[in-house]
Design a protein around this ligand. Structure first.
Ligand SMILES: *Cc1c(COP(=O)(O)O)cnc(C)c1O
Length: 426
């Protein structure tokens, strides 16, 4: 789109503009392969000398339309869909970091991501130093090594709801000539635009608010196009010839889209965690109402949080939209329109009471999911974060009694009434 449209417009219009006589709705191109008249042309595609579709593991038109919509929402130069948020976070780092190298990561991250970093990627030879999301500049500085190749954090952490000081983390990364990669799943680009604060790469579990209807596991990586990979010799994968493509140099051939092109043509080609075109289509439909839904999620969550704040059966509550919250100022700066629909709290009676409370809910469902149109609830310490030790739980900001309450888009009073009757059962 030539004019810079607002986010609400991009949600429904970006990524697909039909020409005369073409379908109004983006088509699902459910095809593994694409036909060419000559094998010579096909060869040029394989060498990246010409652009075009040839095999859906690398690129597919439906996936590209949805990726373009996400890139437009984040304000990036390009994006790639992945089959899950896990794959997106793995690729986002593996694209610039290999065995023998190191990443500085916030400790306040999703349990699945923590496991990916701390167990699986360590086995691949990539080392991580975890820091507090509230680390001072000096503490951040001390976490870097000569072989550090990226900094990773969540803009609004799942489930501890810490708001990242994006500028501080970006400045630290840039002082060391490496990119800041942020997972922007919870706020979505509707509430937070990390590229405007210095982040270089954004990842998403589209599984959550972007899909919004709990239909489709998926992920995305978005490239801001702003990081200069040639400023030092830390990223030879981007700045020196790729033998697997007859010597292509990504920064020379693809300029500001070097990072995302390499992720597609090299990592996706070799590792293959692609999104199916049908699922991409569903994510595209979800994105159309993202702006509307986020407003309702945030308005409802604010009401729920304010209601619970002074409830006598609640021991503590965490919602960055509350004035009493330690993240209130950071949230106002980085997420002025609201944070997300997720509220966390503890109930009197600890772990046992938490279970009783959850089992008593009628409208809110106990599911592993979060960030869904329907209100849902989870106890992370016994589910998504159960692999973590007590120490790791504490570092991730997950109290053993934490209830993650994902406020949906229903009538706010119905949600509050449901909580009240479940608390009354304690
Ligand atoms: C859910 C989630 C992921 C993982 O996404 P999947 O699609 O489940 O693989 C990563 N990061 C955050 C912040 C998440 O909430």
């Amino acid at each position: 789109m030539s004019k810079e449209y607002g986010l609400e417009t991009k949600c429904v219009q970006a990524g697909y503009t039909p020409k005369n006589g073409e379908p109004r709705i983006m088509p699902i191109v459910q095809s593994t392969t694409f036909k060419y008249e000559s094998s010579e042309q096909m060869g040029r595609l394989f060498d990246l000398q010409e652009s075009g579709y040839f095999y859906s593991r690398l690129q597919n038109p439906t996936n590209d339309m949805v990726a373009a919509r996400i890139a437009a929402l984040e304000g990036g130069v390009g994006a790639m869909l992945t089959s899950s948020g896990q794959a997106a976070n793995f690729y986002s780092i593996f694209n610039v970091c290999q065995a023998g190298q190191h990443v500085v990561a916030s400790a306040a991250i999703y349990g699945g991501t923590f496991n990916l970093f701390n167990v699986t990627m360590k086995k691949l030879g990539i080392d991580f130093t975890f820091v507090s999301p509230y680390a001072t500049e000096e503490e951040l500085e001390a976490a870097f090594q000569d072989n550090t190749r990226a900094v990773f954090a969540e803009t609004l952490s799942n489930p501890s709801l810490d708001v990242l000081d994006i500028e501080k983390f970006a400045n630290a990364a840039h002082r060391h000539g490496v990119p800041l990669i942020v997972d922007n799943t919870f706020p979505t680009p509707i509430n937070c635009r990390p590229f405007e604060w210095g982040a270089d790469i954004v990842t998403h579990a589209t599984t959550k608010y972007m899909d919004g209807h709990a239909m489709t596991i998926g992920g995305a990586i978005v490239d801001s196009g702003k990081f200069d990979w040639t400023q030092n010799d830390k990223f030879p994968g981007l700045t020196t010839p790729d033998d697997s493509y007859h010597g292509v140099v990504y920064t020379e051939s693809f300029g500001s889209a070097a990072y995302i092109t390499k992720a597609t043509t090299q990592l996706m080609r070799d590792l293959g965690s692609i999104q199916s075109p049908h699922n991409a289509f569903l994510i595209g439909i979800g994105l159309e109402t993202l702006a509307l839904r986020m407003k309702q999620h945030c308005a409802n969550a604010q009401k729920v949080a304010e209601h619970l704040e002074h409830h006598d059966k609640i021991t503590w509550i965490n919602y960055p939209g509350l004035k009493s919250n330690e993240n209130y100022e950071l949230a106002k700066k980085y997420m002025p329109g609201g944070t997300s629909g997720v509220v966390s709290f503890g109930v009197k009676g600890g772990r046992e009471a938490a279970t009783k409370f959850m089992d008593s809910l009628k409208l809110a469902a106990i599911v592993t999911h979060v960030a869904d149109a329907r209100t849902c609830v989870l106890h992370p310490a016994s589910t998504t974060h159960r692999q973590l030790t007590d120490e790791q739980l504490e570092a991730a900001g997950v109290k053993p009694d934490l209830i993650r309450f994902s406020v949906g888009i229903e009538d706010a009073q119905d949600i509050i009434d449901d909580i009240d009757q479940a608390l009354a059962a304690l």
